[in-house]
Design a protein around this ligand. Sequence first.
Ligand SMILES: [Zn+2]
Ligand SMILES: [Zn+2]
Length: 128
Amino acid sequence: MTIAERLIARLREAGLDLPEGSRLVRIYPSPAMRNEGAWSWSAFGPGGRELQIGSQYPMAELLAAERLDTMQVTSGPVSSDTEVFPAKTCRGCGRTTSTTCRICRKPYCESCLTDHHHEGYGTPADDR
Ligand SMILES: [Zn+2]
Ligand SMILES: [Zn+2]
């Protein structure tokens, strides 16, 4: 099986609706677009219908994750997309988290991050 086929199987296990004949199509965003969270792949159903499922994480990285999580992102006035991301376990409390420490890159939830500091770096700054 290809990486895309294996990922489709994982996405179905995670409860996403991918009909028979769905394809995952790789997108190659520019580095600037990638910084803004552009997707690196997107799902299409039979006949090329957009399924509005995708992720900024590369397919291989999602396949390597223990568990996948999804979140709804608004893409227009009436539509929303489903973004897939690797579920991580907080090193502090063990709960699932989507945030990581900016300095050591280990997964920590937002509440544990407020108590998680690195000597000499101060509090990790929000760069948004
Ligand atoms: Zn935590
Ligand atoms: Zn850290």
